[in-house]
Write a protein that binds this ligand. Structure first.
Ligand code: URP
Ligand code: ZN
Ligand code: ZN
Length: 471
């Protein structure tokens, strides 16, 4: 059945205007006024904004990590995402050294197929580069539409790759049309600092932050930027937390190197003191890189405002406090790293960003949706409100107040990292390809209705590369 969303204010990354949206066969077929209403469901959006569905470029669902598996899987995680106004996620597919990449990709399809309620794609972890991997990569891009590769510069003896692997991945990505993503921390130095702290009997959660100082993030970020310039390739730095890393990214961008940066809601609103909470509660706030001293938040907001950081991903990677975070009760290095953030990403950006005057309304749409669609080969199918685009839409009440709490959230975990935080603005209804997934704040979707997205190559569409003429 056709749908019309009427009387709302449409907001894209560039425009804000009042018009009605006609939806046919899952697509936006027209934007205007006075549409024929025969056999059409009419949805009134008076007083509401209509945003393109949020795109979360950074999630870890059903992922083994830190001796356990993330609590949210593709069903609970995508339901929570939808409640929060996200209609597409790009999840990280882990790989194992010595095994075909395709085996890992199949495993990720198994995890997500029949479960996701919103659309999804995969990034692929590269842990080694050898002849087999180089032979497989073109197929990964052409057949699977996976056009972004992730290299970890940290998590020694687990995921960490060496600099040669990063450099060779950058070279391969340039040739193949993929965007390389890095977790930028100096894993060797972190490993040394952790061993030193534990030897001194420092076992509490705060030492997680103290053994991963911002300098090691800045150093690794700078190294990755330098290698990208040397390879004349392209790089996206995930979960940027600190001034040192922003500085390196800005410096590289100013030199014309094709670098993009993401931060996450937790780094924008939480700080290092959370790790000092008594009764081991600090473990709830263990992320890598860690939460920083509060002043870094202003640097991150400024970088979003002035365009030196371009996206906010959730880095959703949830573990229960009871039974999972508790694995590190006597040793901070055994606390599973990560937290539940997929549901509140959009609301926090709106409330703390737009309402507090730190970013504009159109920047908010760009940061939470459009820019990720462009960088990760989904634009203009996703990430905008335009004729021909998928009808992935969020009907958003900008005035409602709520308090974030694990009592009301939809993630499967037993705590919320933003517990007690007041936010203004919330999705009322969310549509994916023209079908309601959330209607009047109720879940009405179906597990398995989310579609796998084969993505375009990096740079295949306009407005993606930082410096087109360099090519
Ligand atoms: O602590 C974090 N960030 N957990 C998720 C894995 C990663 O490094 O992104
Ligand atoms: Zn990471
Ligand atoms: Zn992550």
């Amino acid at each position: 059945m056709k749908k019309i969303i009427q009387n709302g204010t449409i907001v894209t990354a560039t425009d804000t205007y009042k018009a009605d949206i006609l939806i046919e066969e899952g697509k936006i077929s027209s934007i205007g006024k006075n549409f024929d209403r025969t056999d059409t469901e009419v949805i009134d959006a008076s007083g509401y904004y209509i945003f393109p569905g949020g795109i979360d470029p950074h999630t870890h669902l059903d992922m083994p990590f830190g001796g356990t598996v993330t609590k949210d899987d593709f069903e609970t995680g995508t339901i929570a995402a939808a409640f929060g106004g996200t209609t597409t996620i790009i999840d990280f597919c882990l790989t194992n050294k010595g095994e075909p990449l395709q085996k890992s990709i199949e495993a990720w399809h198994q995890k997500s197929n029949q479960k996701a309620v919103i659309d999804y794609g995969f990034h692929l972890m590269i842990g080694e580069i050898n002849e087999e991997v180089l032979q497989e990569l073109p197929r990964v891009i052409e057949n699977e539409g996976i056009t972004s590769f992730k290299v970890f510069m940290a998590y020694k003896n687990v995921f960490q790759a060496d600099d040669a692997t990063l450099y060779r991945t950058l070279l391969a990505a340039k040739d193949l049309g993929a965007l390389v993503m890095v977790h930028a921390e100096n894993g060797d130095v972190v490993d040394y600092l952790i061993k030193e702290a534990l030897a001194e009997g420092k076992t509490e959660p705060i030492y997680h932050a103290l053994t991963r100082p911002s300098e090691v993030e800045g150093e690794a970020t700078g190294r990755a930027c330098t290698l990208t310039g040397l390879a004349n390739s392209q790089l996206y730095v995930v979960h940027v937390t600190c001034a040192e890393a922003v500085e390196k990214i800005t410096e590289a961008r100013n030199k014309g190197i094709d670098i993009w940066g993401e931060t996450c809601p937790q780094y924008l609103v939480l700080d290092q003191t959370m790790l000092e909470k008594p009764e081991f509660e600090g473990a709830k706030y263990v992320w890598s890189p860690p939460l920083r001293e509060k002043w870094h938040q202003d640097v991150l907001w400024s970088a979003l405002r002035n365009g030196n950081l371009q996206t906010v991903g959730s880095d959703q990677c949830s573990f229960d406090f009871k039974g999972q975070k508790e694995l590190g009760r006597n040793d901070f290095s055994k606390i599973p790293n990560g937290g539940p953030t997929i549901e509140d990403r959009v609301s926090i950006l709106f409330s703390e960003g737009v309402n507090k005057g730190r970013i504009s309304l159109n920047q908010f749409v760009d940061i939470t949706s459009t820019r990720s669609a462009k960088l990760f080969g989904l634009y203009p199918q996703k990430g905008t409100i335009a004729v021909g685009a998928d009808a992935d839409l969020v009907i958003f009440d900008p005035n409602v107040n709520r308090t974030i709490s694990s009592k009301t959230h939809h993630m499967a975990v037993d705590y919320n990292a933003f517990e007690g935080m007041n936010v203004t603005g919330e999705p009322v209804s969310v549509l994916v390809r023209g079908e309601f997934v959330i209607q009047d704040k109720q879940f009405v979707g179906n597990p398995g209705s989310g579609q796998y997205l084969k993505r375009k190559k990096y740079g295949e569409q306009t407005n993606t590369r930082l410096v087109e003429e360099k090519r």
